[in-house]
Design a protein around this ligand. Structure first.
Ligand code: GAR
Length: 222
């Protein structure tokens, strides 16, 4: 099977010395994953800098957290649909990210499905975090779905984004036990602790070119 390099950035980094990859982050919520990513970038454990944060929600916590870190952040209206961006809005997101020189995009609690216009602008370079062990419990409030289903183990998945809902090739996963006393809130809180560690680590692997994709499998380069 043909091996496709996920990132040419490794070569760019070597050619251009200390130039960092510019990362865009999209989120709709409180932005704790964004904060973990931005802090890992600032600490040097992810070889990137967050160049721009975009949200579809006016006043979202992620925008405040970005501004507090001196990172450019703004709300771009999503248009008239509930679960995706309107075509013109999707173009506006792409234009804003490209104008900021963004090469990789991390979705951090962005609650809309992205379509071709967006994905073709950043081919193989849009990453998402999902609060379950995919393919179990795609979609909204996956921790609540896990609890209601009665599974004993759930977890966290970092995956590349394709046109499906939480269906792209899996980059990293980690399990979280469901305890008898768990409520949706306590389970989500433990899932988030894992997210804040797993997402920066997976982004570092992707951006550094340490991984390659073989069919649906994302594997470490030999
Ligand atoms: C995270 O738990 C993330 O996995 C989830 O939203 C939360 C955002 O939290 N994403 C999804 O459910 C995507 N389908 P945050 O705003 O604190 O990063």
């Amino acid at each position: 099977m043909r091996a496709v390099r996920l990132s040419e950035n490794r070569f760019k980094t070597m050619d251009e010395g200390s130039k960092k990859i510019r990362l865009g982050v999209l989120g709709s919520g409180k932005g704790s994953n964004f904060a973990a990513i931005a802090d890992a970038c600032a600490a040097g454990s992810v070889p990137a800098e967050v160049a721009l944060v975009l949200s579809d929600v006016e006043g979202a916590g992620i925008l405040e957290k970005a501004k507090a870190r001196g990172i450019e952040a703004r709300c771009l209206p999503p248009g008239r649909y509930r679960t995706r961006l309107e075509e013109a809005a999707e173009r506006a997101y792409v234009e804003a990210l490209q104008a900021a020189g963004v090469e990789w995009v991390a979705l951090a609690g962005f609650m809309r499905i992205l379509h071709r216009t967006f994905l073709e602008a950043f081919p193989g370079r849009v990453v998402n975090i999902h609060p379950s062990l995919l393919p179990a419990f795609p979609g909204l409030e996956a921790w609540r779905q896990a609890l209601e289903y009665g599974v004993k183990v759930t977890g966290v998945t970092v995956h590349l984004v394709d046109q499906g809902v939480d269906t792209g090739p899996i980059v990293a996963q980690e399990a979280v036990r469901v305890e008898d006393e768990d409520t949706p809130e306590t389970l989500h809180a433990r899932i988030q602790e894992v997210e804040h560690r797993l997402y920066p680590a997976a982004l570092a692997d992707l951006i550094s070119g340490r991984l390659e994709i073989r069919g649906r499998r994302v594997v470490r380069r030999g």
